[in-house]
Design a binder for this molecule. Structure first.
Ligand code: SF4
Length: 60
């Protein structure tokens, strides 16, 4: 879809839209879950394991 809402809410600017898909830079992601919360089509799912110290998952 590539609407870009996730790009706008990502604090560390970890997301870029490539070919209408949101691509997350795992090295920048802080696992806040804002991107998934604002996605109108639930297109964002976590592609990598959460770190143990990150607390409760924002993705569940
Ligand atoms: S979960 Fe990661 S990619 Fe998504 S808004 Fe938060 S920092 Fe950015």
């Amino acid at each position: 879809m590539g609407c870009g809402r996730c790009v706008e809410v990502c604090p560390p600017l970890a997301i870029e839209i490539i070919d209408e898909n949101a691509n997350i830079d795992e090295t920048l992601c802080e696992e806040c879950g804002f991107c998934a919360a604002v996605c109108p089509v639930d297109a964002i799912s976590i592609p990598f394991p959460l770190s143990p110290q990150s607390g409760p998952s924002p993705w569940s």
